[in-house]
Design a protein around this ligand. Sequence first.
Ligand SMILES: *[C@@H]1O[C@H](CO)[C@@H](O)[C@H](O)[C@H]1NC(C)=O
Ligand SMILES: *[C@@H]1O[C@H](CO)[C@@H](O)[C@H](O)[C@H]1NC(C)=O
Ligand SMILES: *[C@@H]1O[C@H](CO)[C@@H](O)[C@H](O)[C@H]1NC(C)=O
Ligand SMILES: *[C@@H]1O[C@H](CO)[C@@H](O)[C@H](O)[C@H]1NC(C)=O
Ligand SMILES: *[C@@H]1O[C@H](CO)[C@@H](O)[C@H](O)[C@H]1NC(C)=O
Ligand SMILES: *[C@@H]1O[C@H](CO)[C@@H](O)[C@H](O)[C@H]1NC(C)=O
Ligand SMILES: *[C@@H]1O[C@H](CO)[C@@H](O)[C@H](O)[C@H]1NC(C)=O
Ligand SMILES: *[C@@H]1O[C@H](CO)[C@@H](O)[C@H](O)[C@H]1NC(C)=O
Length: 537
Amino acid sequence: MACALPHHPLFHFLLLFLLPFSIVARTNGTVAVGTSITANNKDTPWLSPSGVFAFGFKPLQEKNLFLLSIWYYKIPDQTIFWYGHDGVPVSIGSKLGLTVDRGLVLSDPQGKELWNSQLILNNNVAHGFMNDTGNFVPVRNDSVNLWESFKNPTDTMLPTQIMESNGDGNLVLNTRDIPSNFAYDAYYNGSTSDYFNSSNFGYRVIFDDKGVMYILRKNNKIFYIKPQGMLFPTIEYFHRATLDFDGVFTQYYHPKTFNSSTKWTHIWSQLDNICVDIGGGEGSEACGFNSICRLNDNQRPDCKCPPGYSLFDSNNTYGSCKPNFTQSCLEDDINFAEDIYDFETLINTDWPTFDYEHFSPAIEAQCKMSCINDCFCAVAILGEGSYWKKKLPLSNGREDNVVNRHAFLKFRKRDPRTLPSPLVPETKKNPGTLILVGSVLLGSSMFINFVLIGAICQGFFLIHHKKSIKSCHGNHSAVETNLRCFAYEQLEGRLNTLVENNMEALNDWKRLERFLMVAIWCIQEDPSLRPTMRKVT
Ligand SMILES: *[C@@H]1O[C@H](CO)[C@@H](O)[C@H](O)[C@H]1NC(C)=O
Ligand SMILES: *[C@@H]1O[C@H](CO)[C@@H](O)[C@H](O)[C@H]1NC(C)=O
Ligand SMILES: *[C@@H]1O[C@H](CO)[C@@H](O)[C@H](O)[C@H]1NC(C)=O
Ligand SMILES: *[C@@H]1O[C@H](CO)[C@@H](O)[C@H](O)[C@H]1NC(C)=O
Ligand SMILES: *[C@@H]1O[C@H](CO)[C@@H](O)[C@H](O)[C@H]1NC(C)=O
Ligand SMILES: *[C@@H]1O[C@H](CO)[C@@H](O)[C@H](O)[C@H]1NC(C)=O
Ligand SMILES: *[C@@H]1O[C@H](CO)[C@@H](O)[C@H](O)[C@H]1NC(C)=O
Ligand SMILES: *[C@@H]1O[C@H](CO)[C@@H](O)[C@H](O)[C@H]1NC(C)=O
């Protein structure tokens, strides 16, 4: 059994229904074969004997659109708990009829059939019945139910409703891809699977008439989905358990005696913190791609785009976010990365899945430098002494006090075309600083350093090296290899230790890094990628 997470824009406006108060018509709940109702604002829906529930067309906020549904008819919050036609709205003039051969039939204003309740047994509907439990059934003349709305659940279960598994079962919640409907890994499971002893498997989810929800195992033992008392007896309270559009499965109660301000109140949820507890798998999880999930005061997720990002669909705040810039691996973007890109620091924020690089131990400066100089890197995450690099799109973003990590989100602060033309030396700063840094780095006099860097460049124009960078920690025989490895290691993050005590060097961090980049540019394996000596100087 699986509860689908309806991550569909429809569910966002389902909550925003017009709430017409209606006078409850007298009825005995019976619907005669041949009866039909039309989607307009006039036809009375089919009511249960007490008038608590109604089956028919519920007007949506979007003008002239209706949803075929069953809802709580009396309470102010006319809450929908079942819908037909896969939740797709229909236009004004559509019709729902009860037929002998196909049970319920939904057709569009032109009479074309859109949906029907596929009957489980041969066709012979005697009448329909809207039960006071909330279940609608087409019934045969011998009282056999030929179909039940309760057996075709959508996002909600009511007391007395049972959900059957087709075989050995484990109750799971999973996200699905829209529109392919592919189910991703479960973000919750009821843990009633037991591959060693099949009698322990669950096979039914029962929401009993007392409002208690549990899984029944094949050996008739009970697994309570949440340990719970019965503080809200079903005599006095309505209950429902809904898989809300945000992925949280929640049981609510509502007093049967109410006034216009009475609302559904939450009893328990699965999961407690959807932002943090969901995830690990494919898909965007609670919010869209690149978005950040944060639990609000009502224990529901809020999704927000990070700085520099905005909603793809401005009407769907739970959807994905797009960056306001493009990140590229074009030459200018690489050579002037630090002039072009910067970071937004997001505290207690993480996108925990799908890293492409992971380093440990690590500190902030390293983390940022590594990301800014990596044209694939969209965000660097730092925490627990490690850092992780991630590329777009980012999934499963969350912000929470329990998230012990910070995110450094890269954004474009200027266009490379606005930069001064490349390789024009910066004249504002004292070149002495640069050379001093060079001295600290290579650990000898600045003259020797200058000569060395020049020599490395020239040397590498002439010598073809087959050794890969991996060999750095192996055989250090050649002087050139040593230097090359040394220089690479600087870029890979040792800079900080080397210049630790040199405030001046720290102030000139970016120039230092540029300097090293030039050095490494010179010592690339592929001679054709190396700059000419004129460019270097
Ligand atoms: C319900 O009412 C209809 C008429 O509105 C009547 O034909 C039918 O027999 C009634 N059914 C019951 C069970 O009272
Ligand atoms: C309504 O539902 C209850 C509970 O499932 C059932 O006992 C009762 O027979 C149903 N009523 C009718 C008329 O089908
Ligand atoms: C139900 O319908 C069948 C055939 O339509 C008929 O033979 C049977 O007598 C009916 N039973 C009752 C209880 O009305
Ligand atoms: C169910 O969840 C438990 C932990 O909550 C996990 O250990 C187990 O692997 C999960 N089983 C399945 C089938 O996903
Ligand atoms: C399976 O588990 C039940 C308890 O749920 C136990 O009584 C039974 O002996 C077990 N069967 C086997 C073959 O282990
Ligand atoms: C509605 O009922 C609640 C108790 O259920 C009460 O506290 C509240 O004051 C009532 N509000 C109005 C507007 O009557
Ligand atoms: C993109 O977002 C960043 C961060 O919020 C902001 O500094 C920058 O001005 C934005 N750029 C554009 C083109 O809107
Ligand atoms: C958002 O909704 C409004 C009104 O429903 C509509 O006019 C507008 O086009 C929608 N915007 C987008 C981006 O879909």
